[in-house]
Design a protein. Structure first.
Lengths: 115, 112
């Protein structure tokens, strides 16, 4: 079974631009969670989607948004990029439960650099 | 607010040594505790998941324990190998928020 895939793997943007990241979960998994990882803050939960609905969200500004499609693929969008948005963005999938209840399988991440 | 702490932040040991990584959490309202491994620049790999009602889980050379009442977990690695070098992250599934809360990790180096 193929693992979680994320595209693109690397991105360089400038301040003020917007960016869209994509995540394809493991086949049969319906829950997709997104995390931001930085050296200073560590791993922080962004949001979780299940059956095309946002089921939980972390403490991030409204510039961070996401969605999930009927095939469980998910995208996250960051608008009006700031230097502090530079991070590794990780996507994780699980069968039904979110990260707090089910084993999560992580993708390799998208490294976003904001200049 | 749930906080997860991992000590030490970094650890260097010679090959073959048995070692223990520590994780503590402030709120006992958890579904489970999970240990992950992260190699540089890569995603996370799930190692062990201990349900809140369990005391320990084992997988190969890894053994994780959970003491929910004291807010502590340990990951024991037996007969360490250079391939075990990575960052080990502890995370708790909060039953209050439904979120997975991570510690900052312990970076392990096993020297040949």
């Amino acid at each position: 079974k193929a693992g979680v895939t994320q595209t693109p793997r690397y991105l360089i943007k400038t301040r003020g631009q917007q960016v869209t990241l994509s995540c394809s979960p493991i086949s049969g998994h319906r829950s997709v969670s997104w995390y931001q990882q930085t050296p200073g803050q560590g791993l922080q939960f962004l949001f979780e989607y299940f059956s095309e609905t946002q089921r939980n969200k972390g403490n991030f500004p409204g510039r961070f948004s996401g969605r999930q499609f009927s095939n469980s693929r998910s995208e996250m969008n960051v608008s009006t990029l700031e230097l502090g948005d530079s991070a590794l963005y990780l996507c994780a999938s699980s069968r039904i439960g979110g990260g707090a209840t089910d084993t999560q399988y992580f993708g390799p991440g998208t490294r976003l650099t904001v200049l | 607010k749930q906080e997860v702490t991992q000590i030490p932040a970094a650890l260097s040991v010679p090959e073959g040594e048995n070692l223990v990584l520590n994780c503590s959490f402030t709120d006992s309202a958890i579904y489970n505790l999970q240990w992950f491994r992260q190699d540089p620049g890569k995603g996370l790999t799930s190692l062990l998941l201990i349900q809140s009602s369990q005391r320990e889980q084992t997988s190969g050379r890894l053994n994780a324990s959970l003491d929910k009442s004291s807010g502590r977990s340990t990951l024991y690695i037996a007969a360490s190998q250079p391939g075990d070098s990575a960052t080990y992250l502890c995370a708790v599934g909060s039953s209050n928020t439904g979120k997975l809360i991570f510690g900052q990790g312990t970076t392990l180096q096993v020297k040949p």
